[in-house]
Design a protein around this ligand. Structure first.
Ligand SMILES: [Zn+2]
Ligand SMILES: [Zn+2]
Length: 610
């Protein structure tokens, strides 16, 4: 963890303690604000202090504490303050929806000092004895506890990918002549929304290099602690507390290991059952028939040998992918084999080659027709400096073109969302004017006039027709008053003739906030009938719609989707891969995703409703 984050953590905790003590709210807010500033700070705090730079929102007394920490590694006042409460009490602050006031009450009245205490007290019905505690409130705490328990050991996919890519990049760079294959496996490769441990598999040119690889891995700058060391597996804990296992695989077992460690468990169990029926044995070293290896080095070959078309990693959850794999094999691989004398792998490669140049063929093969990153033509939900984004329109334009996009939707917040600097009608017009000017200057339409318009509590939109009609795309979203009938609210927005997309439809935040209660059947049906796309918000802690809901929306209601990043900085565009991953996990074909349309198609689609 960087010093910035260490300090942010301390100030957040400090504010929690002051909250428990019932300190002055202004005082508490100063600590939380300082924490936020440190968290968002792009420069190293050490450099900021060294160069005597200002820290907005951090006063002299807090600055002194920061300096004390940088010089001594701790802050005396904080250490003293911490001792007033049992350390386990602070676990309670990690539970979504449990605020300092409630924690204080639980601690003082019921002597609840830890998560275990809290669970016990709930079981015994003790919470209901507290003033202002009803069944509903206890239910809410229970739900929060559930999320906490699921999330405790899980990190969002976006983090896992960054860590995995950093490790793979470093090892590849530093051990160019040593490594032959390297890949992450496990739930990271399946693009699951959260990940426990990260698995990385590697093969080396020569056995004598094994120590060299382990040594390099252990000494990466992100390593905090080595948990396990062996010739074939080394486990480390990163400074952010994530466990990473590096496995050194023999070259001849690469495919089998990749298959085995990618999982999921359910997929592998089902696959082994197929093996058994066909008289094969499968483990992490290879696929065997009568104790002889028949496939091991190539992952695809293992599936093909079993009469299965290789399922994309994202689908390997035993949710029908093996049945589909068999169908595709029989329909498309078997005929090639019948006609030509080719190996399984060559027949597969031949088919893959044909798919590349034959869009109709691709459409027929569900695994191949899942949306891919290459299909994405733009992002319709990016915030600019006009609301709460960090970049100007020109900066966004340049970044979008560099990213290879055909269009980019500037989607700022609407007027009611004051905390995110929502735009007044005048400001929208001014912004739109600037967008037009920029497009004119470059001689083509790349920046799109979009707004992320708040859906008000009664389901109406935050702007009137005279603003909405000038936008290329209208995104509607719920940002406040979550605890009400959001089904009706969403339905009204969907029926509004200007709305094209519903942003982050479920409102959940990974590891923090559950989705609100919505009658999804009603919402999906209405979206489908009204030609409104559901967003797959690719922001790392949203991924909303999630894979399960998106699967339902497509399969049962034939809905359309928009994969958008909700970027607030241009360097967040990369998160589109997270959205594509969720869409693939939901079995979504390319044509169900409106952000794969080219610009004329997209604009035509958006106008259909009006
Ligand atoms: Zn939003
Ligand atoms: Zn947004």
């Amino acid at each position: 963890m960087s010093k910035n984050l260490e300090l942010a953590k301390i100030f957040y905790r400090w504010a929690d303690i002051l909250d428990l003590k019932g300190d002055n709210p202004f005082h508490i807010r100063a600590y939380r604000q300082a924490a936020k500033v440190l968290e968002d700070l792009k420069e190293d705090i050490e450099d900021v202090i060294k160069n005597n730079k200002k820290l907005p929102g951090i006063g002299a007394s807090l600055r002194k504490k920061i300096i004390e920490y940088l010089e001594t590694g701790k802050i005396k006042d904080f250490e003293k303050l911490k001792e007033e409460f049992p350390p386990s009490l602070f676990e309670l602050f990690e539970i979504p929806g449990l605020g300092p006031k409630t924690i204080k009450l639980l601690y003082e009245r019921l002597n609840i000092k830890s998560i275990d205490d809290l669970e016990q007290a709930i079981k015994e019905g003790k919470l209901l004895r507290l003033p202002s505690f009803g069944l509903k409130k206890v239910e809410k705490i229970k739900k929060g506890l559930e999320i906490y328990k699921i999330s405790r050991d899980k990190i969002p996919l976006g983090f896992a990918l960054q860590i995995a890519n950093f490790i793979i990049g470093s090892l590849k760079r530093n051990l160019k002549d040593v490594i032959t294959n390297i890949s992450y496996a496990g739930s990271t490769r399946r693009m699951k929304e959260t990940v426990g441990d990260i698995d990385i598999l590697v093969t080396v040119k020569n056995k004598k290099f094994v120590d060299k690889v382990n040594e390099e891995f252990k000494n990466l700058e992100i390593v905090k602690e080595v948990l396990w060391e062996g010739p074939t597996r080394t486990s480390i804990l990163t400074k952010d507390g994530v466990q990473v296992d590096l496995r050194i695989i023999e070259k001849k077992s690469w495919g089998a290991a990749l298959q085995y460690f990618t999982g999921s468990k359910a997929h592998n169990i089902a696959l082994r059952k197929i093996c058994l029926e066909k008289g094969y044995k499968l483990n992490e070293y290879g696929l065997y028939k009568d104790d002889k290896v028949v496939a091991s080095e190539n992952e695809e070959e293992i599936y093909l040998t079993l009469g299965l078309y290789p399922p994309p990693p994202e689908l390997r959850e035993n949710l029908g992918e093996l049945t589909e794999a068999k169908k595709i094999f029989e329909k498309y691989i078997q005929p090639i084999l019948n006609k030509e004398k080719l190996s399984l792998l060559d027949a597969y490669k031949l088919l893959k080659e044909s798919i590349k140049s034959d869009e109709n063929l691709r459409k027929k093969i569900s695994f191949e027709n899942l949306v891919t990153l290459k299909d994405i033509k733009g992002d319709l939900h990016v915030h600019s400096k006009y609301s709460d984004g960090a970049n100007t329109l020109e900066e966004i334009l340049k970044a979008a073109l560099d990213f290879g996009y055909e269009y980019i939707g500037i989607a700022d917040h609407s007027k009611s969302l004051k905390v995110a600097n929502g735009l007044s009608e005048e400001e929208v017009k001014k912004r739109n004017y600037e967008i037009d000017k920029i497009n004119e200057k470059i001689g083509k339409k790349v920046l799109l006039k979009v707004m992320e318009v708040d859906i008000l509590p009664d389901g109406s939109l935050d702007y009137d027709e005279d603003i909405l009609k000038d936008l290329d795309i209208v995104i509607a979203a719920i940002h406040s008053r979550f605890n009400q009938d959001n089904t009706e609210r969403l339905l009204r927005a969907i029926e509004n003739k200007y709305v094209n997309i519903i942003a982050h439809p479920s409102g959940r935040i990974i590891n923090q906030r559950p989705s609100y209660d919505v009658d999804w059947d009603k919402v999906f049906k209405a979206a489908s009938e009204n030609n409104v796309a559901l967003e797959i918000n690719a922001y790392f802690n949203r991924l909303d719609l999630n894979d399960t809901l998106a699967y339902k929306a497509y399969k049962e209601y034939n809905c359309k989707f928009a994969i958008n990043t909700d970027s607030h900085f241009i360097d967040q565009f990369w998160m589109v891969i997270l959205g594509v991953g969720q869409a693939r996990r939901a079995w979504l074909p390319k044509e169900s995703i409106i952000t794969t349309y080219n610009l004329p198609e997209l604009l035509k689609w958006a106008q259909l409703k009006r």
